[in-house]
Design a protein around this ligand. Structure first.
Ligand code: SAM
Length: 474
């Protein structure tokens, strides 16, 4: 089930102040760009001893704040409490009809438009901010952080990227290059322990390339356990506990700031992974805050809502992000029409004859939704799947993109102007993955689709990093 159009879904744990640069979701309904119904079911769960080590789960709900106001400077002093806590822990070693005027043609100065089309990977600087990326995949968060730092006149270097999927790390390394040891193919469940427990040799070995101190820790823990697409074990999946590895690594490397991205369903996690991670970070002395963000409001051409947690040493992060007009498919992928079929990245998968007929029907009738009668019988009864077999609109953001973007039956993935589904390149653009990401090195379509669908849009990390710098928290 696609995760789109979830604006109306309120997570009881997160409350009403969690979405949107203008705070519209804080008690006021905000306009849905592409309203489609969605059913969200919550299933039961069990418990685990690891979690029992942390006192009372804290609610992720933060009190309402004046979001998105002009940026005041934040506190610059480092937290004595954090330093003391870390010291204290050490002893334990611890269609054509759509061809309308260019409504969103990019201005020359549109930094984001240029960023997405950049062919040259970012350069690194050994004295720049050290970036550590857990569950890095191909590096979406890292590339966004580098861009945010660059826009603020700061340089960056990759300290460490960890993921258990070698194919994703190959793409990351082919993009940024540099020392092999910075790309660790490892299972992060090896760093699952209570934040105050004695550190183990394998953990210290994992973070050995990282210099302690002024650094940025990024993480995108696997989200299958929370995903609205996962109907079976949703909200009670042991993989959700991996979120806790973030606090453990923070303990080991003492980053100045931590940014964790996840699906919005993390707030319904019966295993309370995010809450426990927050409590653990607070135990280390960090100031922690969390929000759900509608990424279409910060420049991502997609209605993607994400849960973002920020931990900082010096003062609590303020959610002061610029609100941008919504960006549409034309903004993101129009230039790629000229590349169609030129490489494997610019080629859609071959549809089944039945799906080709369905696409033909949409175009011949000028429609964007496929009538029930034309769907496979198994998809005819549930109207919550309305976007499936649908065609995207040129003048709207895409719906939440998943790894199923090559299949009509997995969401609204038919190109607005072509009788085909999206190409990997187009899907990457909608995820804001810039052209410099070396996805060309991966020829296996399924792996490629997984990496693209899994990615955290780099523009999210860029915005967060810019705000952290403005608030002198990084
Ligand atoms: C949501 S994706 C991260 C996306 C990434 N932040 C980006 O921006 O491209 C989650 C990643 O966690 C990795 N993963 C899953 N289980 C893991 C484990 N036990 N240890 C390390 N990585 C794991 C997956 O291979 C996947 O690449």
């Amino acid at each position: 089930m696609p995760e789109a159009a979830i604006d109306e879904h309120r997570d009881p744990l997160l409350g009403e102040d969690d979405i949107g640069p203008d705070g519209a979701a804080r008690g006021q309904p905000h306009r849905q760009v592409n309203p489609e119904p969605e059913t969200v079911r919550v299933q039961g769960g069990s418990d685990r001893s690891l979690r029992a080590r942390i006192p009372a789960p804290v609610c992720l709900h933060d009190p309402p704040t004046a979001l998105w106001h002009p940026l005041p400077a934040g506190s610059a002093s480092r937290s004595p409490a954090l330093a003391a806590n870390l010291r204290g822990l050490m002893p334990t070693v611890c269609d054509e009809r759509q061809l309308m005027p260019e409504a969103t043609a990019p201005a020359a100065a549109d930094l984001d438009w240029n960023f997405l089309r950049t062919k040259n990977p970012p350069s690194e600087d050994s004295s720049g901010v050290q970036v550590i990326d857990l569950f890095s995949s191909l590096g979406g968060l890292t590339f966004g952080a580098f861009e945010g730092l660059r826009r603020k006149g700061r340089s960056a270097r990759l300290g460490l990227a960890v993921d258990s999927e070698p194919a994703a790390l190959r793409v990351f390394r082919a993009t940024l290059a540099g020392a092999e040891r910075r790309y660790a193919c490892a299972d992060l469940s090896a760093v699952l322990a209570h934040v105050a427990d004695r550190t183990r040799a394998e953990e210290r070995a994992l973070v050995a390339p990282v210099a302690r101190g002024s650094s940025l820790l990024l993480a995108g823990p696997p989200c299958q356990g929370h995903s609205a697409l996962n109907n079976h074990t949703r909200h009670d999946d042991p993989r959700n506990d991996l979120y806790l590895a973030v606090a453990r690594v923070a303990r080991l490397i003492e980053p100045r700031a931590v940014v964790v991205e996840n699906v919005q369903g993390i707030g319904s996690d019966r295993r309370s992974a995010a809450q426990l991670c927050r409590a653990a970070l607070e135990e280390l002395g960090y100031e922690v805050t969390a929000r759900r963000l509608d990424l279409s409001r910060i420049g991502v051409p997609q209605t993607r809502i994400r849960h973002v947690l920020v931990a900082t040493q010096d003062a609590e992060f303020k959610w002061e992000l610029p609100e941008l007009p919504k960006r549409d498919l034309r903004w993101a992928i129009k230039d790629l029409l000229d590349l169609e079929g030129k490489t494997h990245l610019d080629s859609p998968p071959n549809p089944t004859p039945a799906n080709q007929q369905r696409m033909d029907w949409l175009f011949e009738h000028g429609e964007f939704d496929l009538p029930n009668a034309l769907r496979p019988v198994c998809h005819q009864s549930d109207h919550s799947y309305r976007s499936m077999y649908g065609r995207l609109r040129w003048d709207r953001p895409a719906q939440t993109l998943t790894s199923g973007f090559g299949s009509m039956g997995q969401g609204r993935y038919v190109h607005p102007l072509r009788r085909r589904t999206l190409t990997p390149h187009e899907a990457a653009r909608l995820q804001c993955l810039p052209d410099f990401v070396a996805m060309r090195v991966e020829k296996r379509r399924t792996l490629l689709a997984t990496m693209i669908g899994n990615a955290a849009p780099p523009l999210l990390a860029a915005r967060m990093v810019e705000a952290l710098i403005d608030q002198r928290l990084l």
